[in-house]
Write a protein that binds this ligand. Sequence first.
Ligand SMILES: Nc1nc2c(ncn2[C@@H]2O[C@H](COP(=O)(O)OP(=O)(O)OP(=O)(O)O)[C@@H](O)[C@H]2O)c(=O)[nH]1
Ligand SMILES: Nc1nc2c(ncn2[C@@H]2O[C@H](COP(=O)(O)OP(=O)(O)OP(=O)(O)O)[C@@H](O)[C@H]2O)c(=O)[nH]1
Ligand SMILES: [Mg+2]
Ligand SMILES: [Mg+2]
Lengths: 290, 274
Amino acid sequence: NLKDKISSVLSQLKGKRLNKDYVEKVLREMRISLLEADVHYKVASEFINLVKEKTTGEKILGSLTPYQQIVDIVYQEFVKIMGEKPVLLEPQKGRLNIMEIVGLQGSGKTTQVAKLSNFYKKQGYKVLVTSLDVYRPAAIDQLRILANNNDLDFYYEESKKPIKMAKKAKDYAVKNNYDILIFDTAGRLHIDKEMMKEVKVVKDTVKADEIILVVDSMVGQDAANIAKEFNDKLNITGSILTKLDSDTRGGAALSVRFISEAPILFIGKGEKIDDIEQFYPDRMAQRILG
Amino acid sequence: LQGIIKGGKNIFEEIEKLLIEADIGPSTVYDILEAIREDNKRIKNYKELTGFLKAHLTKVLDGSEGKLNLSDKSIILIYGVNGVGKTTTVAKLARYLTVKGKKVALVAGDTYRAAGGEQLDVWANRLNVKIYKQGHGADPGAVIFDAITSFKNKKEYTTLIIDTGGRLHTNENLVNQFSKIIRVIRKAWGKIPDERLLVLDGTMGQNTVNQVNIFSKVIDINGIIMTKLDGTAKGGILIRIFKKYNIKIKFLGMGEKIGDLEEFRISNYLERLF
Ligand SMILES: Nc1nc2c(ncn2[C@@H]2O[C@H](COP(=O)(O)OP(=O)(O)OP(=O)(O)O)[C@@H](O)[C@H]2O)c(=O)[nH]1
Ligand SMILES: Nc1nc2c(ncn2[C@@H]2O[C@H](COP(=O)(O)OP(=O)(O)OP(=O)(O)O)[C@@H](O)[C@H]2O)c(=O)[nH]1
Ligand SMILES: [Mg+2]
Ligand SMILES: [Mg+2]
């Protein structure tokens, strides 16, 4: 578990007479490990500084079990950021819940939209998916094919206007008593003012309940910029980390969670429809620690 | 290392932050800062330090600029992990080469992902270039074999660009499939593809090195294309990769439009890093 992992990372502190300098040296090494795991520079610094403050006082160092107390503090700080338990997104049945899926190009949005639809359909929700991606060649086809192959309801009306399409999709979803409507949107840069405005207008127009940021778990330092911009402009309610079937340590998860303060809801661990699962904070923390 | 700069800890931290946030990677960053210290015992300020850095990195990247080596009949293979921009880059290369007078044909080698072939087909139609494609689910090796067989005998095409499906370097089946694709190309073409270009996503961090590591075990990579540097990502991992693998960098993807492909130039790249 996470505490064991932390114990082993800090094992140099075990069975020794600890002083401030030595503890700081070991924490510096932990900081470098976090950077190698792609945790953002500022997030890693802030995390280590927080831990440093709490673990180098005389109360800890002069106590009978300094090593154990330091492990406990690091564990608590990790849990504070990542969350302690998985957060389950349970939309209310009997009314329309709207989820808008956003993120950078190629992060895995379209695939995750299909996976989410399947996930909630299996739980008895009536789910509709639709695409607002009028830019990428064959984007609408991609979602339509995924929907058809997996027996998912798909809505589309020929148009080049995402806002209009969003309204029509919502009307259709309401009329046909859907519980969940999931919008797939085009990949966009967080620094693209026009494109960021577009998803904001969609959100306000349909009164989306959830704004879910999809992030590729292999993303590096840029995760912080992405999370900040999307959160500032849209107030994201949750995120999904994809491609965790790779060997990335996934430090982007810590940065995204830290900056957006929104829970990481799911992880994507493959290209197939079932390759989605609940996000477990302590498992992710262990992975990041290497 | 704080001793190297008269300004003290703040300047050192500032430059470390800049390099780390560029995705250069901690161990490479410390190598760089150590090398700067050895050559420059007294640095007066931040501006001087960035000057030394640019000079040092220009040296480190010496020889990294690569170009396509195409004859009047060549094959370009494009591969990489999921979502990095391969299909879009194939289209961009098609336009780039057409402008240079080449006669390009494309191969829709992604027969697995939903609309994998359709996506490239749209680009082929927009560019008015020939595309070899077969139905969804066809064996990619077979599609590529047939395309090369036809391409070989058609005088009107000079360059064949093969798009492949995204594959994680950690997926053994897909890496084996990729090895099979290379064998198929050898069989049909008589040799490995003339350009074997790995596409890397500029927003990705240290995992990029793992990608290069695994792919270089199954194919002799003779060029890298890094995409998505039109955002805020700096693509600093290229420095670590070139230091370790010495693979030439040929292009940078700078956007989603067909013309958003630029030849890799060290000076432009470093300019953006700072
Ligand atoms: N291995 C793996 N591949 C994934 C995962 N999620 C998505 N993919 C793949 O990543 C690639 C990109 O996925 P898309 O769903 O097209 O990404 P997108 O965010 O919709 O892309 P844009 O619409 O262009 O921004 C595809 O090849 C997917 O099959 C995952 O969890 N693991
Ligand atoms: N901003 C930006 N987006 C890019 C760039 N290159 C590609 N994209 C976008 O990235 C997304 C994925 O591009 P694709 O060409 O489908 O990527 P791929 O590697 O073929 O994906 P798979 O075949 O699913 O593995 C699309 O939305 C592209 O428009 C680039 O240089 N900059
Ligand atoms: Mg998409
Ligand atoms: Mg593709």
